[in-house]
Design a protein around this ligand. Sequence first.
Ligand code: SAH
Length: 259
Amino acid sequence: MSIADAIARLDFRPPAFRPGHVWLAGAGPGDAGCLTLDVLSALAEADCVVYDALVSEAVLAAAGKAERYFAGKRGGKPSTEQEDITRRLIALAREGKRVLRLKGGDPYMFGRGGEEALALAKAGIPFRVLPGLTSALAGLAGASIPATMRGINKAVVLATGHAAGTDEDLDWAALAKTGQPIVVYMGLKNLPLIAPALVAGGLAADTPAAVIEHATTPRERVVVATLGTLANEAETAGIAAPALIVIGGIVSMRAELRG
Ligand code: SAH
């Protein structure tokens, strides 16, 4: 049986994608296999796709003839760029297009999807949110690291490292005190600040830790070390964004679970 047959046998009836509507969707971590059916069907129907840097070509390939607009951040003035993106979404919708706003992972997980949805709501543009697999969960699974493991953890902290070292930074010591594994998005650059902050908060420097670069894609690389050594090891390996950092006993499962 083909995948098309299997889909046809599902009771899957995506809502109609109407002209003038915006669908704010999550493309997952990169691998086309991590797309949801809803998002795949939106890709098939959209007139235009406004996508972020994190959305892979493997996923965009499904868009067919839809117009493509790259909305990746170029650094410098993120808030102005964010306003440009929402302005574009609103303008395309007002032109009567079926607008697919595609973000990496899940649209409401550290992707400013909430802000975009708010702007659409304020502008009176009808929109819908289609969830995606967030990179932390899909990336861990893909790297043979269970997000929870009986006997190891009862919670997982999903944090952003982008504000590390600023006034808006998280209380890393408080997170360390939970004793639960921490997965950090956007943390690679600030790892040399985050790791010592966690150690200062009471997490042992020999806690297993890993970085996962380009999770779930053919470019995936995983570096396993300890909290104390990870920043150096990642740098030596030349790890670059996008990357996730994971700290906690669950990382040690990888050695046994890797196929
Ligand atoms: N909405 C996204 C996160 C956006 S923030 C989600 O749900 O996954 C951007 C950060 O996500 C990156 O800096 C990186 O930490 C992480 N990320 C996204 N895709 C990734 C991938 N394929 N591999 C590793 N990290 C990824």
